[in-house]
Design a protein around this ligand. Structure first.
Ligand code: SF4
Length: 361
């Protein structure tokens, strides 16, 4: 049925039934055969969706395959020690995602008899579940009629309506969610959501969209107005921030001191204790203070080695210091550990893994 309520529905499409048919037919023929598409198991859909946030498909695919081989269901994930889960995630970044998934698996086992809840209210209360994950897992895993909105879907919707909306602006995101909701079919929401995302990934790409090959070109206002490439307006690029850091590789016998990082990016991973340095700040006293907080005394020497690495928009230069613990060094806690390099190691940050390679090297 053709809709005359393009304005009322808010998605700007005149004949949404015809658009859905065209897009779903294209999706059936052209979708990529990705490992998580071979299943409707909500747990596996959930793992894939969490991994795909902030990670490209090609990068996430081998991680997904290893992860579900190691933890094939919610119970095995819930049972696994945190360190094992983080080790399986190591290299994917944004480790808070893994921690939340692990915590959520524990809750699913304790409170939902090990079955991923299909009720949106119950699923939404699990750690790490935002509106996107809710819509993705419940639509693809259970066929619930819930929309998704990620960067790909937002771009497709903004272009279909020829509106310069950016998912990064809260007011625009609200409108885009409303558009996604208005376009959602009554049945088959999982396929529909994937079709929209796939169109954004393969055809309606950020730069040089392939409008000539687009199955919904005749419904697209941006194309009709020659605005496809201008929508959405490019977001201002975040300038890289330079950060100076120093780390202390402190040994005791054959063991090396590690501390657990906290925060969204490296949460739960281990690396030698370190400090961020202000402009012109001397590393030695700052590191001594950091070690004193940990109850460790050590005479530190500068190695002269500098390691450079980048995390999101942070360009980090790390001065490497070394030392031996003096006197009675404190034992292991949940935040501080003496590890034997080369033996059982906890999940490490990329920086720590590099430092260990150099130390062995
Ligand atoms: Fe995107 Fe072009 Fe298709 Fe419009 S016609 S949805 S801009 S690829």
């Amino acid at each position: 049925m053709a809709e005359s309520s393009a304005g009322a529905a808010g998605h700007g499409v005149r004949d949404s039934a015809s658009l859905r048919r065209a897009l779903l037919a294209w999706y059936r023929r052209h979708r990529r055969l990705l490992p998580w598409r071979a299943t409707r198991d909500p747990y596996r859909v959930w793992v894939s969706e969490v991994m795909l946030q902030q990670t490209q498909v090609a990068t996430a695919t081998p991680y997904y395959e290893r992860f579900v081989a190691r933890f094939p269901d919610v119970r095995s994930l819930a049972r696994a020690p945190r360190a094992r889960v983080l080790a399986a995630w190591a290299g994917l970044g944004y480790y808070r995602r893994a921690r939340h998934l692990h915590e959520a698996a524990g809750i699913v086992v304790r409170e939902h008899a090990g079955r991923v809840p299909s009720d949106p209210r119950a699923f939404a209360t699990l750690p790490g579940v935002g509106r996107y994950t809710l819509g993705a897992v419940l639509s693809m895993g259970f066929g619930r009629p819930l929309p998704v909105l990620d960067g790909n879907v937002a771009r497709v919707l903004a272009r279909l309506a020829a509106r310069p909306l950016s998912v990064k602006r809260p007011a625009d995101a609200k409108r885009l969610w409303a558009m996604a909701e208005a376009l959602l079919p009554r049945t088959g929401a999982g396929n529909w959501n994937q079709a929209l995302m796939e169109l954004g990934a393969l055809v309606c790409t950020p730069r040089a969209p392939r409008c000539d090959a687009c199955p919904v070109a005749r419904h697209c206002r941006a194309r009709a107005r020659g605005l496809a490439e201008a929508i959405p307006a490019p977001a201002p690029r975040r300038a890289p921030v330079r950060v100076r850091r120093a780390v202390a590789c402190v040994r005791r016998g054959g063991r090396l001191l590690m501390v657990r990082r906290e925060g969204a990016l490296l949460d739960g991973l281990w690396e030698p204790p370190g400090v961020e340095l202000g402009r012109g700040e001397d590393a030695a006293p700052a590191l001594a203070r950091r070690l004193a907080e940990l109850g460790v005394r050590a005479r530190l020497t500068r190695t002269g080695r500098q390691v450079r690495h980048t995390i999101t928009h942070r360009d980090i230069r790390v001065e490497v210091w070394e030392g031996r613990a003096n006197g009675r060094a404190p034992g292991n806690t949940s935040r501080r550990r003496w590890i034997a390099p080369g033996r059982v190691e906890p999940a490490l940050t990329a920086l720590a893994a590099r430092l260990l390679r150099d130390l062995r090297g």
